[in-house]
Ligand binder design. Structure first.
Ligand SMILES: [Cu+2]
Length: 488
């Protein structure tokens, strides 16, 4: 009886409290007990949780598990990642300004080390680091209020801090402003980070962390979303012409600053460093280590946009390269494609013997030695930039020409690729690639020489290609060899 009355009284008070809170919630704010409770939606990169439609604060519960495990850093290269939520970067968290977050950090019992989390969205000691310090097989809970809107980095801050971050322990938390962000057609999440391995870039097998390279800030890998190729080929992100795209860009570091750039786009707006300040019409934006930026743009023209850290060796040689494929009808006013290709003769230069493409030696056929010597020069001026000095290529980006089963199967096909370019899936020495080789602007002699040089070097099957044959292949067009590059 007594118990019942207590219950009823409690319920009564509860109802009053609820009614009061409904009235005062927006105006006066409300204490934790009265806020509606919800579990946060967490997504793995490149996905972003849906926008928050609530216009009042909530109690948001976030559950995050730390997992140490081996995964691919690049094709054939493995690494023991320490992760939030099983992937690098950790999941994207999306809350609203004024929300109260109840944070639960779980450390998987199979892990070897304690971990914690420092969220830059937290106002309080260590961003929650000490409060969330958790041994393997344990869970910690702490709460914070999201005081300021912005795009914030979170990371592990357990000693040695640099090593926990270098092993992949970072992610982004978006605190939406009170009234939300303007709607866009696509939102994507990408986060840069570097990896310091004992073996140099591409060395196969399980790689261990190199403290020396980390101290020297000399990473072997600089990647988006935790691995080489996480945003290229089949993993590319998508949009259509006429659509708007918002990228939430983070940088876990641990050391490098990113010069984030999208090749073939101009950012309409940039939330500088993930804060309130907007910049407009930006080519490249800085993303500090432990910082972020929000970039937005309208897709005017179709094609593959390349996302890079414009510290460009990182993009083409260390992995910091992604793709956004924009589909749609060409907009020839915005971009025409190549309209004309003609011979360029600087003043005083003799015109070539014929139409400028078909440069066939008139006097006599060159010897094999002459062809190889000339071909080597062509190689060192053109092909080497992608296929590398000894024809070894770059894992997952540029296939090898050294000992290439693909090349040796049909050297004339290689000639067609040099003339017309090539795009699409290709398997070389058992490894899959799906990239673009642009047509190389070379004359028939140069192409004959360079392919002959490659055929007679690095364990390839030998043989010769003549300039006359190159012209015939040119006349036959790209089709018979599956050459050529197509707009997507
Ligand atoms: Cu950690």
């Amino acid at each position: 009886m007594k118990e019942q009355r207590t219950k009823r009284t409690t319920r009564h008070f509860h109802r009053i409290a609820l009614a009061l809170s409904a009235v005062f919630l927006a105006a006066a704010g409300a204490s934790a007990a009265e806020l509606p409770r919800e579990e946060a939606v967490l997504t793995h990169a490149p996905n972003v949780p849906p926008p928050i439609t609530r216009r009042t604060p909530a109690k948001v519960v976030i559950n995050l598990e730390v997992k140490e495990h081996i995964a691919e850093l690049a094709p054939g290269v493995e690494y023991t990642f320490w992760t939030f939520g099983g992937q690098v970067p950790g999941p994207f968290m999306r809350i609203r300004e004024g929300d109260e977050v109840e944070f639960h950090l779980h450390n998987n019992p199979d892990n070897k080390l304690p971990h914690n989390i420092d969220l830059h969205a937290v106002t309080g000691p260590g961003g929650g680091a000490a409060a969330s310090f958790t041994a393997p097989g344990r869970s910690s809970q702490f709460s914070f209020k999201a005081l300021k809107p912005g795009l914030y980095v979170y990371h592990c801050a357990t000693a040695p801090v640099g090593m926990h971050i270098a092993n992949g322990m970072y992610g982004l938390i978006l605190v939406e402003p009170e009234f939300g962000l303007p709607p866009v057609d696509h939102e994507y999440y990408l986060m840069q980070g570097e990896f310091y391995t004992e073996g140099e870039y591409g060395t196969p097998g399980l790689q261990t962390f190199s403290m020396n390279k980390a101290l020297d800030e000399r990473p072997d890998y600089v990647v988006f979303n935790g691995s080489v190729g996480s945003l290229t080929g089949d993993n590319a992100i998508h949009a259509k012409t006429g659509e708007t795209v918002r990228l939430y860009v983070g940088n876990g570091g641990p050391n490098l600053i990113s010069s984030f750039h999208v090749i073939g786009e101009i950012f309409d707006t940039v939330h500088i460093e993930g804060g309130d300040r907007l910049n407009a019409n930006v080519q490249t934006t800085l993303v500090p280590a432990g910082g972020s930026a929000i970039v937005e743009f309208f897709c005017d023209a179709p094609g593959t946009l390349t996302l890079v850290d414009h510290s460009i060796f990182r993009a083409f040689n260390k992995g910091a390269l992604g793709m956004l494929k924009v589909e749609g009808e060409p907009n020839l006013t915005v971009f025409s494609g190549k309209q004309h290709d003609s011979v360029y003769l600087p003043e005083g230069r003799e015109p070539p013997s014929d139409n400028g493409h078909a440069l066939v030696r008139t006097d006599r056929e060159p010897t094999l030695t002459e062809q190889k010597r000339a071909g080597e020069l062509v190689y060192k001026q053109t092909c080497f930039a992608c296929h590398q000095a000894s024809g070894q290529g770059i894992p997952s980006v540029f296939p090898p020409l050294a000992n290439s089963d693909y090349l040796n199967a049909d050297p004339e096909r290689a000639v067609a690729y040099v003339i017309f370019g090539r795009q699409g899936p290709i398997t070389v020495n058992g490894v899959d690639y799906n990239q673009i080789m642009t047509p190389q602007n070379l004359n028939n002699e140069q192409i004959a020489d360079v392919v002959t040089y490659v055929l007679n070097t690095w364990g390839n099957k030998k043989g010769r290609i003549s300039a006359t044959r190159v012209q015939e292949i040119r006349d036959g067009g790209p089709e018979p060899f599956g050459a050529g590059i197509h707009a997507e």
